[in-house]
Design a protein around this ligand. Structure first.
Ligand SMILES: Nc1ncnc2c1ncn2[C@@H]1O[C@H](COP(=O)(O)OP(=O)(O)OP(=O)(O)O)[C@@H](O)[C@H]1O
Length: 292
């Protein structure tokens, strides 16, 4: 079952940036990290998914069109910025949800208030940036929905808050195995710890979702017994280190690279998978093969 499907989403933002066309499916029961450099279009995509902007294309959540009230009620959205809640106190926002939101879970909200030590009676605008985010997370995840859309939820949180949020998301998945989470992030460790899938976004376009564990099989550092002419042209090559012994290469397609090397009788001394700290920047880079 798909939690979210979107087809041909296109949004023109000013004269310089166009999102899409985006076609993606988010399966039920998965955590997906949306990764892209600053300005790649992650927030614009989240806004489009949440129905905030009219435009081309169609988004469905749990089978309902995003403009249907059933779709709106089916997901929780923590945006990157939330100017509309700043004038209010957390208690007022809680009262609104408790009175009008069928998905509201008071016990869960009170647990968040205790866990994050959230002041109920201070205006949200008077809280620190990290506490503001915790307040919005508490409000949104206290709603009993099966889809969480989180735009850089870890940004600005202190270390304790980051660990708490990680545990909250894992607990949510355990309690509701059909739940899906999509979160935008620049933090490789959070991707490593939480994500099943990674969607790379560049210049307003997304690549197909990749299983995180597949990346470790594809992105490798390989040490060669000897230098090979033309190795820069081998499939998957990202980086070639010509200095030092033995020569080293970085590949994004280890199987194809190794086949190329085997065809030329090149012996491999050692190979190791790249960490996400190394592979994600390579995936986000616009550069061709580099020689270092
Ligand atoms: N209201 C707007 N008017 C014109 N252009 C906009 C507007 N909002 C965003 N943009 C442009 O859209 C592009 C994508 O921005 P967006 O905020 O979606 O990127 P992002 O991937 O979320 O970036 P970051 O990682 O910095 O949060 C940028 O070039 C930005 O300047």
């Amino acid at each position: 079952m798909q939690t979210l499907t979107c087809e041909n989403i296109v949004r023109k933002m000013g004269d310089d940036f166009t999102l899409g066309p985006i076609n993606l499916e988010i399966p039920a029961g998965t955590i997906t990290a949306l990764i892209g450099n600053n300005g790649a279009g992650k927030t614009t995509l989240f806004e489009a998914w949440s129905g905030d902007y009219p435009g081309e294309g169609e988004t469905n959540i749990l089978g309902y069109n995003i403009h249907d009230v059933k779709a709106k009620a089916a997901f929780s959205y923590v945006p990157q910025t939330f100017p509309e809640v700043l004038p209010f106190r957390l208690q007022q926002l809680r009262d609104l949800h408790a009175a009008h939101d069928d998905s509201w879970q008071e016990d869960r909200f009170q647990a968040f208030v205790r866990e994050f030590k959230l002041p109920l009676r201070k205006r949200i605008s008077k809280l620190s940036v990290g506490m503001q985010r915790k307040a919005v997370i508490a409000l949104q995840i206290s709603r009993d929905t099966s889809f969480l859309l989180l735009d850089e939820p870890f940004a600005g949180l202190d270390m304790e808050g980051q660990t708490q949020l990680e545990k909250i998301l894992i607990r949510k998945m355990e309690e509701d195995p059909d739940c899906s989470i999509v979160f935008a992030t620049h933090i490789a460790d959070e991707v490593q710890r939480l994500a099943d899938y990674i969607v790379i976004m560049k210049h307003g376009k997304t690549r197909e979702a990749i299983e995180k564990d597949i990346l470790a099989q594809q992105f490798k550092r390989i040490w060669l017994a000897n230098s090979v002419t033309g190795v820069e042209e081998a499939p998957g090559i990202q980086e070639v280190s010509v200095e030092g012994t033995p020569p080293q290469i970085l590949t994004s397609d280890a199987e194809a690279t190794e086949e190329w090397l085997a065809d030329r009788g090149v012996q491999i001394m050692k190979r190791e998978s790249l960490s996400l700290h190394e592979s994600l920047p390579l995936m986000l880079s616009d550069e061709e093969t580099r020689e270092v």
